[in-house]
Design a protein around this ligand. Sequence first.
Ligand code: ATP
Length: 400
Amino acid sequence: MPALKRIDAERLKSDSLLSLLSEVAKREGIELYLVGGPVRDMLLGVETIDYDFVVIGDLRGYVFSVAEKLGVSPDRLIFSQFYTAKIRLEGLTLDFAHAREESYPEPAVLPRVRPCYSIETDLKRRDFTINAMAISLNASDFGVLIDPYCGACDLENGIIRVLHEGSFRDDPTRAFRAIRYSRRFGFNYSIETVAEFYLARKFVNLLNFSRIKNELMRLSVEPERAAMFIDVSRWRVLMGMNAPLRAIRVLDKLLQPPGETHWVAFFMLFIAGKRDFRVDRLDQVTRREKNAIKHFLGVLDVPSDAPITEIHKVLRNAPDESVAALASLKNGAWLEYFKVRHRAAPILSGEELMKLGVKKGKMLNKILKAIELERLAGNLVTREDEVKFVRKVLESRKRF
Ligand code: ATP
């Protein structure tokens, strides 16, 4: 269980950015709080890259004044209609939101948002107790921890606890968030949170896919993502689907270091059992991602024991993500292919081949493919090997 760090007001004051934000808040007559992830991470003694702040008062005026103090040009500020603003600095993002209340007219839709005027009310809308804490950055009580749900106790005891019953019905993406925190920190779920997972299963299909994709992207960058995707499968929160657990582990090892774009490869493992999956119905999935998924589904039936040359024919133009997903499902030569495919690309360019006497069009294509297969087999390594090979092929063509 983690031993929590003390919030040290003096140390916070010595942070030049936080003290600048606090001074500007005082001058502008607004209330300012550090909230959510950074508070949790500070108590855990973990470094935070993104700062989230809640403001009570004139958010816009405050953000403009902060930008001016920091020498950030106003056109680099991003405001949204949901009472939020962002300032991007070198290696650090500052997110500001006006304190707000949220209500969910229906399960799994985006909430109705309205501003509120107390930090405690704002904390009510949050996902878990460990994320529902704030630190005052106001002159009167600078550095005081505001913790209405005993988030610090849950943090100390390693527990992910929802704030109210029906939390995952309101927003089933919280199931993915719970999995992320539980595996990232090695925490357990409270009994209330476990009950919510069953609700999430019922309502996750109502979510707009772009929101699910966003969660899958966030899982994909985590070092413990294999354990996280295994939990997604076990809890059946991804449209009720599951994925072969061993394949998840293999895929994680194949695609390293972790990156957002890997979400699509993990997603493929979940739809592998659903040949009739309707890719076109997915919202906010790029054309490249859709094509990769379609290609993956199209190649799934090629036998697992196909020779590497056959595999190269079907995967020649496939993106890394689909090749990795297929390799982790099929193993054997497919796995080998993933590891060696980078060496298939010929050294000789099309132009160089034509200078050697290869004719443009069908013949050039055939020779390129032949070089690729020889390179995969390890028969051609250097430029000279390729030149010799091409000369030999051209010679034998002349003879017959
Ligand atoms: P990470 O450490 O992974 O960046 P974070 O805790 O900073 O995570 P964000 O997704 O950046 O999380 O969200 C910031 C804060 O907003 C969270 O700490 C939480 O209080 C709140 N929040 C975010 N998403 C939700 C949600 N779906 N439901 C309720 N509260 C949320």
